[in-house]
Structure formats: structure tokens, C-alpha cells
Design a protein around this ligand. Sequence first.
Ligand code: NAD
Length: 405
Amino acid sequence: MKTFDIIKKRINRVSKLMNLSDREVDVILSYKRIKHAKLNIGEKSYEAMRILHNDAIGPGKGGIRYHPDVCEDEVKSLAFWMSLKNSLAGLPYGGAKGGIKVNPKKLNKKELEKLSRAFIREFHNVLGQDIDIPAPDVYTNSEIMGWMLDEYEKIKGKHEPGMITGKPLSLQGCKLRATATASGAFIVLKEFLTKIGKNPSELCVSIQGFGNAGKNIATMLYKDGFKIIAVADSKGGVIDKDGLDITEVIKTKDEKGSVTEYGDKKITNKELLEMETDLLILAALENQITEKNADKIKAKYILEIANGPVTEEADEILYKRNISVIPDILANAGGVVVSYFEWAQNRTGNMFEDDYLEKRLKDIMTSSFQKVYDMHKKKKIDMRTAAYIIAIKRILDAEKARGRL
Ligand code: NAD
């Protein structure tokens, strides 16, 4: 099943709970702009796209992914989730996403730079601080954002740092951005554990995905006393029931390219998902827990840092099995919240202290969690459904206020 079909299924279910009209459902599921281009680098040609889902609340906001599996279905789904995520966090943004179908690991730095600049040459007309603002996502980083800003400013003949976020610090980036997604997820997780009366020392944790998000949340949890018993990246995973030394695992990953080079107890990604653990953190890609493996999951709690790692069918199975899922649009919003701080600083010329921004991030994440948790308890619905209801309502309110509905 395509990812966007899973979204449609979910929206059809949520719309009934919200008593939405057919027109409202249509507005939520339609797209403002879908733009494709071919990027030609030397003899090779790469498919690229930028998709704006909804801009009723404000300009589009969402990352750019470089991955061999990038396709319109995936980017549309990611743009959709960005709209909901931004809405739930109360940010002044709509949702968008971009991508290039490429395996960046096969490109050298010069080729990667050429490709990133080519992306901007094709898409600069649909980007801008008041139009649509990209950021990093899977296999893109601050260095790529720096090249993209430079290319954009060359074309436009002016400075406009707010056209992209997740930039290097030397180009008006924000120090908190590199760890922001993990920080936001950590804040939400701690709030959740307080609600259910659990301490870090009581919990075994497994993490799928060991990139920006996975590695940083692992560091935060490890420092806080959680026992991390397994981690995996695209090459596979490692396990130690007594707890992994996360500092050493990160060192190995950084030096040798994969967590599988650490220790001698290996597991596959499939085994990691289905292993005995308390908390399973999903920080890789979408559609990892589906109707095929949902009944094999042994974790009691799932924290979604990746976008869309659990399908609609799997949600139903997990809910019936009393497994709590802290949903992506709530748990992984820290990155875009700090991107918002970066954008606001770029636009106003104000520079805020890290302490102040850390407090603002905590306030926004805590308040979003509280709203979702309260509705989940009050209406006896899962946290994802609660988060969707709050997010969709804000988008539709903006559509109505514009007279478009
Ligand atoms: P990243 O490129 O830094 O890391 C991705 C990680 O996933 C790598 O460790 C890679 O080896 C691993 N991976 C890839 N395919 C895998 C597979 N099939 N099985 C297991 N592991 C696999 O990306 P990231 O920024 O950490 O993003 C991870 C997820 O979090 C994505 O879904 C992304 O959309 C989401 N997310 C990231 C941010 C952010 O700010 N970085 C914000 C919100 C959501």
C-alpha cells in the first residue's frame, strides 16, 4: 500500500470522529503545489521534487531528503505530516517537503555540492522565507543547507538567510538545531513517563536509526540513566542486554560508518523491532511497523522520531494490544520548532541566548504534549488520533478564516 493511501485511510477515520464535511476532508487531502525537475550533473540525471501541502496558516516548511527511495508518494506524505506537525506545535507555517532520488553515499563532496546547487536552480521560484522554507532531513545536513542558501542568494542577488533553516552557525544557523529533534522527543518522552509514573532506570530501550535523531536521543537517554540494549542503522544492529556503552557505540559509528562494527552481538533490524524491550524508538524511515509485524512487537511504548514509521493498520493492532505510541507529529517536532527560532532570528536580526531558546522549546513541546495527552485521556482515543484532531482543526480554522471553506 502506498504511504499516502495509508494517510487517506487515517484521515477518513479521524474525519468521522471530527464530523468533517466531504469538502473539509478534500481540503485536508489536497496539495497546493507539486513541482518536479530533473537535475543533470555530468552524465547523470536525478529526479527531484518540492511539494507544498497546505499554506493556510503560513509559508510551507519542511526538509529536503536525499535517498534512493525518494518518490512523489513519499514526499507528498512527508509534506502532509509537516502541515500537521507545524499546526500542532502552533507554528506560523504550512507543510512542505522536498527530495532527490539519489544515494548520496555514492557521491563525493563536489558532486553532492553540485547536486544541491542544481536543486536550488530548479526550485528557487517556489522557495523563499515567505513562500516555502526547506531544512535538513534524511542524508542532508547543515553543510548542504549552506550551499543551498549561497546558490539561492546568488540567483536573487540579495541576502535572505530565512529562506532555509538548519544552516551552519557561520551562516546564521541556530546552535540548538543539530540536537533539536532529539531534545524535543526527549522532553515529550519524559512528560509521558511522568504521567505513567515510570523512572528511566526501570526502562530498557531499543533504537532503530542511528543518524542525527537516533544518535542524539541515545546520548540524552544514556546520560539520563536509561538502559539502551540495542541500536541499529541501515547495515544492521548491535545488542547487549546489560546495556550498551553508547559513547563507545557512537565513536565506532563515527569512525567506521556503522554500529555493526561495535562488539560482537549482532541483530537484524527485524529482530530489533520485535525484541523484548520496554521502549522502542523508531528513528529511521517510514512504514517500519505494519500489519505484518504489529502483533510481534513486544515493546510497551513506542516513540516515533521518524516520520510515519507505524501504519494505520498497525496502529489499530498496537492500540488493541495496549501499546502506547507517542506519535511522530508530536514527538519529532523539536527540529522544526528550533528551525522556527532560526527563521525568526534571521528575519528580525535578533539573536537570542541558547538558554532562552531551550526554555521556549521545552514550553512548546510540553504544551503540545499536554494538549494531546489530555484529549487522549478525555476522549479515550490513542495519542495519534488526538494529535491529528488538534492539528487538523487549526488548519481548517485558518482555511475558514481565509474564506476558502
Ligand atoms: P539521518 O540521515 O541522520 O539518519 C538516518 C538513520 O537511519 C541512519 O542511521 C541510517 O543508517 C538509518 N537507516 C536508514 N535506513 C534504515 C533501515 N532500513 N533500517 C534501519 N536504519 C536505517 O536522518 P535523521 O535526520 O536522523 O532522520 C531520521 C528520521 O527522523 C527520518 O524519518 C526523518 O524524517 C525524521 N526526522 C528527522 C528530523 C531531524 O531534524 N533530523 C526532524 C523530524 C523528523
